[in-house]
Design a binder for this molecule. Structure first.
Ligand SMILES: Cc1cc2nc3c(=O)[nH]c(=O)nc-3n(C[C@H](O)[C@H](O)[C@H](O)COP(=O)(O)O)c2cc1C
Length: 235
């Protein structure tokens, strides 16, 4: 439960025109926004990511560790969804997330192990984009990730196969019932496809919005020797 009420339904029918009017009235990058001087940024992106995420956590930003993961299927078609960041190696600029190997993203990553992770914190006008190769960590990592979860989440992990078609609510109820029984009977069980992935950034970009429109973009690019080069981009 949150202390926020759901908004009242719109009083008049929602049309494309009414949406457009309301979208135009909605302010973007209203601020106040934190300052960012790219000249003070360090030689590698990990510490800056940590600084921005810590700032969001300190400021009570809602779900600041929820990021968009974009993948590309073998046929070139992209897909994106949000998920939770479950760990970060600041030194290697590597980002950890967990999912199901048989899900759409899992299959896409198996066929094309390149992906992007995007964070956006509207309150701070900050976007971070990371991209690079993804690898699946070993079974021990999957096990400790899964068994460290709340029961509710472990039951969800055994409820059907993520991204598979679902016939209807009854099928969902039934799978959930079976999953609850399984978790109760075998508290140490881990779904076969549960996987911890790690994206090691080879590109990182920091966007700082500015209320006056003087936005800043700083891009880091991983070099062949493992070091980073950086430069500004026009916003
Ligand atoms: C706030 C939020 C957090 C989520 N966290 C995860 C997560 O950590 N791992 C995951 O696999 N899916 C997570 N999901 C669900 C995904 O967005 C997505 O629906 C699911 O992974 C299936 O995606 P796919 O069909 O593209 O593989 C989350 C969804 C929301 C709204």
């Amino acid at each position: 439960m949150t202390d926020r009420e759901a908004p009242d339904p719109a009083p008049s029918p929602v049309t494309a025109a009414s949406l457009l009017r309301r979208m135009r009235a909605a302010t973007v990058l209203a601020g106040p926004l934190p300052p960012f001087d790219p000249a003070t940024a360090g030689p590698a992106p990990g510490p800056l990511f940590a600084e921005w995420l810590a700032y969001a956590l300190d400021d009570g930003v809602l779900e600041p560790h929820v990021m968009t993961l974009s993948t590309v299927a073998a046929d070139g078609r992209p897909s994106a969804r949000v998920l939770m960041l479950r760990g970060v190696d600041l030194e290697r600029c590597a980002f950890v997330f967990a999912s199901e190997a048989g899900s759409r993203k899992g299959l896409e990553l198996a066929a094309n192990p390149q992906a992007a992770l995007t964070s956006y914190w509207p309150r701070h006008g900050r976007q971070i984009r990371m991209a690079g190769p993804v690898r699946a960590l070993d079974a021990d990592a999957a096990r400790s990730d899964f068994l460290g979860r709340r029961e509710r989440s472990r039951i969800a992990g055994f409820t059907g196969l993520m991204s598979a078609p679902l016939d209807g609510p009854e099928a969902y109820e039934e799978e959930r019932r079976l999953a609850s029984a399984r978790v109760a009977a075998e508290p140490e069980a881990v779904p076969q496809g549960h996987t911890v992935y790690e994206l090691t950034a080879t590109e990182a970009e920091f966007f700082q919005g500015d209320t006056g429109g003087f936005h800043r973009r700083l891009r880091y690019t991983r070099e062949a020797d493992g070091g980073w080069s950086r430069g500004l981009l026009f916003p």
